[in-house]
Design a protein around this ligand. Structure first.
Ligand SMILES: [Zn+2]
Length: 421
């Protein structure tokens, strides 16, 4: 009998403290919708849903006909279902981890090393850098999703230096002057001025950072209390971050980094060495399997300042939205294909007037998440049809096509992670 290559998964929830609480979390709502037995605790954060075979959250297989209990076990015994190129390139492992995130309080400002640097850091300091892989990430908003991503254009940073003297104090007059002069000159001198400014901030004495931050918080609070609008220096966001991370150097990072508010379906791609932070909202995220993170603030954890200041890409840019392309073959399919081999994410939006939809076969194992709608899935190798509703997650082996019957006339919204080599 042919190996069954399509089956539903029960995925791991991570209850990190920064997650949204109880049923305000999209992670919890997806869980409750897909599994009527799931009990949602309103006093517990539901931060992440892990859809993959990571050892710390290997998905369970929801099919009694299959002898393996988890996706990781199944993949290790059915390597061909990864797809021939994926199997070869990634040594028989699923190269990506697919997630849903529900963020209530800001995650640390961070960057991830490229492969070359990851290998070096892992050799030198395995306690901080647990593996030798890079960790590109992509976030696609499910609800309004706020984050910081990449350095702002120089002119914007210069404006903040003028309007926020506490910020300028930490940077120092010399570095600030260098940045002001560089704004209209060549990109190399802009990058080096930016690096100098950022390094000055990160190397500031903790005591001085706390003093300046307290001055700024006091000033904004007084102005807000007097009815003045402080949005030109992101007053509200600064107070919010300071409340979450009092005295943290990362509060000042909002003046260096672009603030993005993604609408549902909009995405940002975090390539190697780009500083970023997720601030608030719900998203689907896909990443290469790695844990290498260099932090820059909004965290009580270890910050490797020399590595951080050295590695970052100091390229000012306003355009940080990552745009999907429309599929030529399938009018309902948008493809978010970042310039890394590890993963691609597809968004599938089928109007409720359609009764049957075919999920295209690809030469890669993939994971499909239903965010909206209700279907039954069938494939050549599955013994029975599989009912899927909001929150349902399906594993699809390489080169397997899946037919979906829409069982209610609601629009269908799904995301699918795979690896297109
Ligand atoms: Zn990250």
């Amino acid at each position: 009998m042919a190996v069954q290559k399509v089956f539903p998964l029960s995925c791991t929830v991570q209850h990190y403290a920064w997650g949204k609480m109880g049923s305000s979390s999209e992670v919890a709502r997806l869980l409750a919708s897909s599994d009527p037995q799931a009990q949602i605790s309103e006093d517990k954060p539901y931060a992440e849903l892990w859809m993959g075979s990571h050892p710390r959250g290997d998905a369970k297989i929801l099919d009694n006909h299959i002898s393996q209990k988890t996706l990781g076990q199944w993949i290790s015994e059915n390597q061909d279902c990864l797809g021939s190129k994926v199997k070869e390139t990634f040594n028989g492992k699923l190269p990506f981890l697919f997630k849903v995130l529900s963020v209530e309080t800001a995650l640390s400002i961070q960057a991830h090393p490229n492969k070359e640097l990851a290998e070096k850091l892992h050799l030198q300091a395995p306690q901080h850098y647990p593996d030798a892989n890079h960790k590109p990430e992509m976030a696609i908003a499910l609800t309004s999703f706020q984050g910081l991503c990449g350095f702002r254009p120089i002119e914007e940073i210069v404006t903040f230096l003028t309007k926020v003297p506490e910020f300028q104090f930490l940077i120092g007059d010399n570095a600030a002057a260098q940045l002001k002069q560089s704004s209209s000159s060549d990109s190399q001198s802009a990058a080096s001025a930016l690096q100098s400014c950022f390094s000055h901030l990160m190397k500031s004495e903790k005591k001085v950072v706390v003093e300046q931050l307290n001055l700024l918080v006091k000033r904004i609070s007084q102005q807000v209390a007097a009815g003045n609008n402080m949005e030109d220096i992101y007053g509200e966001l600064l107070l919010q971050l300071h409340q979450q991370y009092p005295g943290d150097i990362g509060c000042f990072a909002i003046y260096f980094l672009n603030l993005l508010t993604l609408k549902p379906g909009e995405a940002m791609f975090l390539e190697a060495n780009v500083p970023h932070a997720y601030l608030k909202g719900d998203c689907v995220e896909c990443m290469a399997c790695s844990d290498n993170t260099v932090r820059a603030g909004l965290t009580p954890k270890f910050i490797d300042v020399p590595t951080l200041c050295e590695m970052l890409s100091y390229i000012p840019s306003k355009d940080r939205l990552f745009l999907p392309t429309r599929s030529q073959e399938d009018p309902y399919l948008s493809i978010y294909d970042p310039p890394v081999p590890d993963f691609t994410v597809m968004k599938i939006e089928v109007p409720g007037s359609i009764t049957e939809y075919k999920v295209l076969e690809v030469d890669s194992a993939s994971i499909l998440l239903v965010v909206q709608g209700r279907v039954t899935a069938s494939s050549a190798t599955a013994q029975t049809s599989i009912p899927l509703q909001r929150g349902g997650v399906l594993f699809i082996g390489a080169n397997e096509s899946v037919s979906l019957k829409l069982t209610v006339p609601d629009d269908l919204l799904m995301f699918r992670a795979c690896c297109l080599l």
